[in-house]
Design a protein around this ligand. Structure first.
Ligand SMILES: [Zn+2]
Length: 178
């Protein structure tokens, strides 16, 4: 039937609601009688449902996602530097008057490390603490005997992990509330 060809050409516009009232009536009338065109309409509708979100996310979101990824990487690097600097600061206070600040600095380092590394904090925090400890010993920032250095590193690790734990619990509670 010649009508079918016309209806099938118009169906994409019909599902987008971009046809005149007259055309819509004509198509509706035809669909009532023609199973072939009804099937065609079903196929077009399901295709439209699948392809629309994909077009938006793949083509339009790509530059945004790229930028977000780049920013994320830069933020991650910046956080890394900040954590190392604060650990170094803490070690430089060891066996000095300002040492008490470490009971605040180390938990903050731990909390910030959790925010940056998430579960990876479990191994990254000890590695960073030991690494900075060795660095501080070599460059004379930390001038205590090796036994004390090991002891302080362990104490700071404990403080830092308490901070991580608090950050984890807060994060967990906050997510539950949402
Ligand atoms: Zn038809």
């Amino acid at each position: 039937m010649k009508e079918c060809a016309i209806v099938k050409d118009l169906l994409p516009l019909y599902i987008e609601d971009m046809v005149s009232e007259e055309t819509k009536l004509f198509i509706n009338e035809h669909l009532k009688e023609c199973e072939d065109c009804r099937n065609e309409l079903d196929i077009l509708k399901s295709e439209a449902l699948i392809s629309t979100p994909e077009i938006i996310s793949e083509n339009e979101m790509r530059p945004f996602r790229k930028a977000a990824k780049k920013l994320n990487r830069q933020l991650y690097g910046f956080s890394y530097m900040l954590i190392i600097l604060f650990i170094l600061l803490g070690f430089s206070y060891t066996a000095e008057e300002k040492m008490m600040y470490n009971s605040l600095i180390m938990p903050l380092v731990g909390a910030f490390s959790y925010a940056t590394f998430k579960w990876q904090v479990i191994y990254k925090l000890p590695v960073l603490l030991v690494g900075v400890n060795i660095f501080a010993m070599i460059f004379g920032i930390l001038s205590v005997d090796p036994m004390s250095a090991v002891l302080w590193t362990l104490i700071y690790m404990l403080f830092a992990f308490i901070g991580s734990l608090i950050a984890y619990l807060l994060h967990f509670a906050f997510r539950k509330e949402k």
